[in-house]
Design a protein around this ligand. Structure first.
Ligand code: GDP
Length: 333
């Protein structure tokens, strides 16, 4: 990131909803330089403790779908519909480098041309060449920054490859899966785990020739969803499958209504706070685990002790389990 000192009033400017300040802060949380990390942590704590930001909560929506299903077209149309209602919308992309060739899915802002120009919207591409752990922390912190900046809705977009969905589901209030109408009568090759995470399935491209296929696909998925999942945090009728068209805009209002209904129900029944508290605990444990591992990897004595035992295991002198046990004992001592 650029080396200019972080301005003293950055927190205040974020709280005032200034997009440039927000962009600057997101760049700061993306940095892995230790001095930037320290500043990022301090900034986030300051925002958290600030009386103005304390109560601000956005609706965090995870949005997943395989490439080509229409995510960017949908986000553009859906985001513009929310903006037209006077809402502030942030879009963050989660794109671990392993899933694409080092590029960023939102790197090209022309993907969401109108939304990226809307004053009430903030679109942030995924930093390229980052690993899942880094992406997860950066995304959580960016979400926190968007909430402090007063965004009403934060869409977290992911590409449908499994691991990143699990991560996104742990940082959002609702998880939406975007699908395309199925050609045949079989369900598409959606991983069961991703289906189970979905609160709402939107079958996109429900327009023109595809409309009737979309309706059929919805019925198939609605049935499958009910068999897959019934949780106490789902009111009657959820999870749901609905047809939408990002092209014509049909179904977008209904989709938004359903998202709000579900969010409100979970708030009213205590699930919202419970889920957020559980997520915070999850990320705390995760950060401690990752921090410990990073510390161990950075320690030359530990590396030497590991290498010695790994060599003994490779030669068959000791079993992997016995060697691991011994290594753990060594670490304790
Ligand atoms: P992404 O890879 O998931 O971001 O998908 P895109 O938004 O780039 O869309 C992939 C293709 O589907 C493009 O050719 C879009 O024009 C098309 N598409 C997206 N939404 C719709 C829709 O609602 N109806 C139809 N018929 N096509 C759509």
């Amino acid at each position: 990131m650029n080396r200019r000192a972080i301005p003293d009033d950055l927190a205040e400017r974020i709280l005032a909803g200034e997009r440039r300040a927000l962009a600057r802060a997101v760049t700061l949380v993306e940095s892995t330089r230790p001095e930037d990390r320290a500043q990022a942590t301090a900034l986030l704590e300051r925002l958290r403790g600030h009386p103005e930001s304390g109560g601000r909560q956005a609706l965090r929506i995870g949005l997943s779908g395989t490439p080509g299903v229409g995510k960017s077209t949908f986000i553009e149309a859906f985001g513009m519909a929310l903006v037209a209602q006077g809402l502030k919308v942030a879009v963050l992309a989660v794109d671990p480098s392993s899933t694409r060739s080092g590029g960023s899915i939102l790197g090209d802002k022309t993907r969401m041309e109108q939304l990226s120009r809307a004053p009430a919207a903030f679109i942030r591409p995924s930093p390229s060449l980052s690993h899942l752990g880094g992406v997860s922390r950066r995304t959580r912190e960016a979400v926190a920054l968007c909430e402090a900046a007063g965004f009403d809705v934060v869409l977290i977009e992911t590409v449908g490859v499994g691991q990143s969905e699990t991560m996104v589901a742990e940082m959002c209030d609702l998880f939406v899966l975007l699908l395309a109408p199925a050609g045949g009568d079989e369900l598409q090759g959606v991983k069961r785990g991703i289906m189970e995470m979905a609160d709402i399935i939107l079958v996109n491209k429900a327009d023109g020739e595809l409309k009737s296929a979309a309706t059929r696909t919805c019925a198939d998925y609605a049935g499958a969803l009910r068999l897959l999942r019934k949780r106490p945090q789902d009111p009657d009728g959820f999870p749901k499958a609905l047809p939408v068209s990002a092209y014509t805009g049909e179904g977008l209002d209904r989709a938004w209504d359903e998202m709000q209904t579900l969010a409100k129900w979970r708030k009213d029944h205590g699930w919202w706070d419970k889920a957020r508290a559980g997520q915070a605990a999850h990320w705390f444990a995760q950060e401690v685990r990752e921090g410990l591992l990073a510390r161990l990897r950075g320690d030359a004595d530990v590396r030497a002790a590991m290498a010695e035992r790994a060599a003994a295991v490779a030669k068959g002198e000791v079993s992997p389990d016995a060697a691991a046990e011994e290594m753990l004992e060594w670490l304790k001592g």
